[in-house]
Design a protein around this ligand. Structure first.
Ligand SMILES: [Zn+2]
Length: 207
């Protein structure tokens, strides 16, 4: 994400354009009509209505605000627009910000996109939480606890609806410096942990 904000923004915008209607459908269904679920069958694990509502309200507020801020920075006129329109405009606006040297603002959009995706997926039951592994990062000064990255569901078009495709990252990640190690790199991580004085096994994870 740090290395390629444009790639992150484009990929997350694509995902969010699918997640946003799924959130709306989940909210509608939770609120009520009797009969079989009309929305995508992504919520069989049990949606907490409050989580969906929180995600909808956050995205509804923050996505247009991010678009407005980007328009202001590049001095582009703006009109109120629906969430999806603002969302699809963000990759282009981020590209303009980059071209004009506002890389801080571009990175902020990338971070927000990633955060919105996590929020939407968590609300829809599409994200298994990361799990702490009880060892500290060998690369960080403040050495946070390393985590295994939880599985993530992706919505794919299937027939008239959508289907969930689960992906297991098989990654260990540091929430501090964002360093990550895939399964094939675990032996290397093991050697790093053995030789690192800053990674004693803590008695209890603070998470
Ligand atoms: Zn780290």
């Amino acid at each position: 994400m740090r290395d390629d904000p444009a790639g992150t923004i484009a990929a997350k915008a694509d995902e969010l354009t699918v997640l946003w209607p799924a959130l709306a459908a989940a909210l509608e269904r939770d609120n009520g009509a009797p009969g079989p679920p009309s929305g995508p069958a992504v919520c069989s694990a049990g949606v907490v209505n409050a989580d969906v509502l929180h995600a909808v309200m956050t995205l509804q507020r923050e996505i247009p605000a991010a678009r407005d801020k980007a328009c202001d920075l590049i001095r582009e006129p703006r009109q109120p627009r629906p969430v999806l329109t603002c969302l699809t405009a963000l990759p282009r606006l981020a590209g303009r910000l980059h071209a004009l040297g506002h890389t801080g603002a571009e990175n902020r959009i990338a971070r927000d996109m990633a955060r919105w995706t996590v929020l939407a997926k968590s609300a829809l039951g599409l994200r298994v939480p990361d799990r702490p592994i009880g060892r500290r990062c060998p690369l960080c000064a403040d050495a946070p606890i390393l985590v295994t990255v939880g599985a993530e569901g992706f919505l794919r078009p299937a027939g008239k609806g959508v289907a969930v495709e689960w992906q297991h990252s098989g990654c260990i990640r540091c929430p501090g410096c964002e360093a990550s190690w895939t399964v094939s790199q675990w032996p290397h991580l093991g050697r790093l942990l053995e030789s690192s004085p800053s990674s004693p096994t803590p008695r209890r994870s603070p998470c």
